[in-house]
Design a protein around this ligand. Structure first.
Ligand code: NAD
Length: 345
């Protein structure tokens, strides 16, 4: 079912494996995607500046190559190579803490690099003719902003806070990325799909940039209580990256996904306080989470959202997406990645 449909069909001649470009492929979601594409027989080029990604996330393969570079610097050299069939654009400045600490760099990365990538993809199509690459652009549930609706549907209004609150710069930069992607589809016919990721979790995610689940797991493994910001009543839906990654090639290869935006994630909410307790229970470390005010955790005036839950109707209908991995399993696998072993292992 997952074999590249661009190269398949009942009477299709076998073709060489798809040539894929994965930007940010040494990162958390990107590295799981690369693994998937290699398993499908694709040739994969990763461009990653290793700002948050890690070389160790990528297993050595004769069909994979890593170009360590800022994306926009790497693109000119790639112009002279054989065309890519598929492009997955995941490179971005990610994580609330990073955005607040390094706002200029984060905004510039998220807007400029996406603009450069989309121009590269559209120009390749114009220069070489044919259909050009099919492209996926990673966006975020942050674009819904502080909308009070639940669940969020792709065509809902985005309600972004004031520009003086740095937190919203990430949402705005991702919204511009979406506009750019859809504009390329409209103006140049680029076959592009926007994936709005909700909280994605799993092995290889690190807590350094404010990601909640790996932060909880590493604190609990160190014997310290997980720190819950605010009152802990805010809820999120967490989806395992091993459910998310296989969906991305399917979106790229499904023509009715092109020119559209899709929520990608789980639609089962859990409060952050309950998540912290679940981590303690699952890892067998009975502890009560510590409650920390937002002012102490970030800066005075930090705005958080009470809930964020996707409507998955569109992606279910388009590619039959259904998350399967339970949160406890994800927690255990994140912990194993940090050296934890269950008592009976
Ligand atoms: P990540 O930080 O692990 O991955 C981003 C990768 O991009 C890293 O490997 C980083 O080194 C690389 N990168 C950053 N700037 C670059 C540049 N200028 N040139 C080349 N490489 C660069 O984060 P992730 O969680 O894997 O996120 C992947 C994508 O998904 C991002 O676009 C992010 O905004 C989006 N997203 C993720 C989540 C989530 O829950 N993980 C939620 C919403 C959206």
């Amino acid at each position: 079912m997952d074999a590249p449909t661009l190269n398949s069909g009942p009477n299709a001649e076998p073709r060489p494996p798809a040539r894929c470009l994965v930007t940010g492929g040494a990162g958390f979601i990107g590295s799981h995607l690369v693994e998937r594409l290699l398993a499908q027989g694709c040739d994969v080029t990763v461009v990653d500046d290793l700002s948050t990604g890690r070389r160790e996330n990528l297993a050595a393969s004769p069909r994979a190559r890593l170009i360590v570079s800022e994306l926009s610097r790497a693109l000119p050299a790639l112009t002279d190579e054989p065309a890519f069939d598929e492009i997955y654009h995941l490179a971005a400045a990610v994580g609330v803490r990073r955005i607040i600490e390094r706002p200029i760099e984060s905004i510039e990365t998220n807007v400029h690099e996406t603009a450069a990538l989309l121009r590269f993809a559209s120009a390749g199509r114009a220069r070489r003719g044919g259909d050009g690459p099919a492209v996926l652009v990673a966006s975020s549930s942050e674009v819904y902003g502080k909308s009070a609706r639940s669940p969020f549907c792709e065509d809902d209004d985005c309600v972004i806070g004031p520009t003086v609150a740095l937190r919203w710069s990430y949402a705005c930069s991702k919204a511009i990325d979406e506009h750019l992607a859809l504009a390329h589809h409209q103006q140049t016919g680029l076959r592009v799909t926007v994936a709005r990721f909700f909280n994605t979790v799993g092995p290889r995610q690190v807590g350094d940039y404010g990601m909640v689940l790996p932060s909880f797991v590493s604190r609990v493994l160190a014997g310290r209580p997980p720190e819950v910001y605010g009152d802990g009543g805010q809820s999120r839906c967490f989806c395992d990256v091993r459910d998310v990654a296989p969906a991305l090639p399917r979106m790229v290869r499904t023509p009715r996904c092109w020119g559209r935006v899709f929520n990608v994630g789980s639609d089962e909410p859990i409060s952050i306080l309950e998540l912290a307790r679940l981590v303690c229970r699952t890892l067998g470390k009975p502890m009560e989470p510590a409650i920390i005010s937002y002012d102490r955790a970030y800066a005075p005036g930090f705005e958080d959202l009470r809930q964020r839950r996707p409507d998955l109707g569109r992606i279910r209908e388009a590619i039959g997406f259904e998350p399967r991995i339970r949160l406890e399993e994800t927690i255990r696998d994140i912990a194993r990645g940090m050296g934890w072993r269950q008592a009976d292992e």
